[in-house]
Design a protein around this ligand. Structure first.
Ligand code: ADP
Ligand code: MG
Length: 247
């Protein structure tokens, strides 16, 4: 079996006396969607922060493609291929969808934003940006200022910008949050497509989406993974039902 793209080994992180992450190990394999579910306050966002590098663990390791990045900062992990969404601040509301994605492509190529105007006229950069926009289903919205997009469109714009980084791992914290049923269905279809680009660690409360997408589900409660398995296994797990699903 191939080496996991992302691996977390016995990660610990406390805030004062609270053990927000209490010995978590998990892995993400190629083309896989691994969903992480759990009640509010379980430690899902803390774990995402530890993986992305916003937070440092008290103990344990984070490996990207076999490389230990535990001490690497957010930017270094991004360069190593980790695309974390949704960092809304990265989207410039006054710029159009196309301009935002051109900026992302330019940034991914290590070019200074000082050259933004020439970049917009650069056919090669534009073509790359257009491809990411099409992938995210936003071609019809390319000339709209990002600030005028509907909520779900904005999330897709963030994914188009993430695609510019040629990511090797997506780490997504509640991509369906705040979406209606149509938006959630569209996002589900998009994530099902993106998993072929890079595997996805998906924190999500929308159980329809999780059950439709996930190859594996891990259940986090009080900073610990209490169960991990296929959708069928997790749905049949009595402890999980008591702790979380309420079925
Ligand atoms: P989830 O995303 O699963 O809802 P979080 O990871 O946001 O959970 O939070 C896990 C626990 O850690 C919660 O009890 C939360 O209050 C606490 N926590 C999270 N971040 C901090 C912080 N920066 N300082 C203190 N406590 C925190
Ligand atoms: Mg959270």
């Amino acid at each position: 079996m191939t080496e996991p793209v992302l691996e977390v080994r016995d990660l610990h992180r406390a805030f004062g006396a609270l053990k927000a992450t209490d010995g978590v190990s998990l892995s993400l394999r190629r083309s896989e969607i691994h969903a992480l579910i759990g009640p509010n306050g379980a430690g899902k966002s803390t774990l995402i922060g530890l993986i992305a590098g916003n937070l440092k663990p008290d103990a344990g390791q984070v490996l990207l493609n076999g490389r230990d990045v535990t001490q690497a900062d957010v930017a270094a992990r991004a360069r190593a291929g980790l695309a974390r969404s949704f960092q809304v601040s990265a989207v410039a509301a006054d710029l159009t969808v196309l301009q935002n994605v051109v900026l992302a492509v330019q940034g991914a190529r290590g070019q200074s934003f000082r050259f933004f105007r020439p970049a917009l006229a650069n056919a090669d950069l534009r073509a790359a940006a257009e491809a990411h926009i099409a992938r995210a289903g936003l071609s019809g919205r390319r000339a709209i200022p990002a600030g005028d997009l509907a909520h779900g469109e904005r999330r897709r714009l963030e994914l188009a910008m993430a695609l510019a980084l040629a990511p090797r791992v997506f780490v997504l914290d509640e991509p369906m949050a705040g979406m209606g049923p149509d938006g959630a269905r569209e996002m589900t279809a998009l994530l099902d497509d993106l998993r072929h680009e890079a595997p996805i660690l998906l924190v999500e409360h929308d159980m329809d989406a999780v059950f439709a997408l996930a190859d594996r589900v891990s259940v986090l409660v009080s900073g610990r993974i209490i169960a991990s398995g296929t959708v069928a296994e997790i749905r049949a797990d009595a402890e999980v039902q008591r702790a979380y699903l309420g079925e």
